[in-house]
Design a protein around this ligand. Sequence first.
Ligand SMILES: [Zn+2]
Length: 96
Amino acid sequence: MGKFAETQYECAQCKLSYEPEPGFFFGAMYWSYAIIVAIIVTMSVAMNLLGLFDYAIVSIPVAIVVFLPVIFRYSRMLMLYVVYPAMYRDLYSKKP
Ligand SMILES: [Zn+2]
């Protein structure tokens, strides 16, 4: 794991905590699962339409591994944009 796994502790501008409780980002696993399923479905359909479905068994796992840092960060971002406001509405609306 490289530097991509590091997340800021709080917002530099408004000091909003990016990890309101320990293990908050475990939920990001569900988002990354959804993103990976979307990649598998999209690439399967696209490669089938292009007549390259025989290569899908290799190229889809390779694509997932290559984009893992992106998937990792986007799944955390979805936690902050979707789950965080729903769970911590009071924390989120507090102005410094
Ligand atoms: Zn902020």
